[in-house]
Design a protein around this ligand. Structure first.
Ligand code: ADP
Length: 209
């Protein structure tokens, strides 16, 4: 299945743009939701998390103790790597499964840290960046999450720069002061383009693919 990786910095408008694709009937796979599901009670990552991090990182309902794990991986790079070694393969396989099960000419895979983390760029056919200025990101996330300016800046500092993300992308949609109507027209144009690219890929693969 032809896949478009949708990325962008925090507050850039990934969910907003993903919703516009979904409204056009495109299946949307959200890797953040998958990450949450595999660390929920009875989630696929929980046996390994229990084994490698111990029972103190498992909440009483059997889910990952998120606050505790967040605090650990924030200060301990090797712990972050160990956690990702558990979660990333599961997120990848679950994404592939959802993509195979999806119907439509193509799927949108939302990957917030597509440029930052590993091999996502090779796993999707195309990368779409939702782009906006840092000031817009700050204003949106302060409003949405009730964070301070410094908290938002600290998160942005851990992500690649706007320029690096744009350089890694095949397509970009500018979401800076754009109305939902303008954004919808941009999504319409991209949707037409992705349908054409997906069909071309299907034809090139031949009848048995
Ligand atoms: P992301 O998923 O990239 O973190 P969201 O799509 O959640 O970003 O957008 C961040 C916040 O900004 C949300 O509250 C959303 O409703 C708002 N937002 C995003 N794009 C626009 C826009 N074009 N106009 C008005 N509000 C927007």
């Amino acid at each position: 299945m032809f896949s478009v990786g949708l990325t962008g910095g925090i507050g850039s408008g990934k969910s907003t743009v993903a919703d516009l694709f979904a409204a056009r009937g495109v299946p949307v796979i959200d890797t953040d939701l998958i990450a949450h599901r595999i660390t929920a009670p009875h989630g696929a990552a929980m046996p390994q998390i229990l084994e490698q991090f111990g029972p103190e990182f498992v909440a009483s309902d059997g889910s990952m103790d998120r606050a505790r794990m967040r605090a650990l991986v924030f200060s301990d790079e090797s712990a972050r790597k160990r956690l990702e070694a558990i979660t990333h393969p599961l997120i990848r396989s679950e994404t592939e499964r959802a993509s195979r099960a999806a119907s439509g000419p193509y799927v949108i895979v939302v990957v917030p840290l597509l440029v930052e983390s590993g091999t996502w760029k090779q796993r999707v056919d195309r990368v779409l960046d939702v782009d906006c200025s840092v000031e817009t990101q700050i204003a949106r996330v302060m409003r949405r999450n009730g964070f301070t300016r410094e908290q938002v800046l600290a998160i942005i500092a851990r992500q690649v720069t706007r320029e690096a993300r744009l350089a890694a992308a095949d397509d970009a949609v500018l979401n800076d002061g754009a109305s939902l109507e303008t954004l919808g027209r941009d999504v319409d144009a991209l949707h037409a383009k992705y349908i054409a690219l997906a069909l071309a890929q299907e034809q090139a693969a031949g009848p048995h693919a």
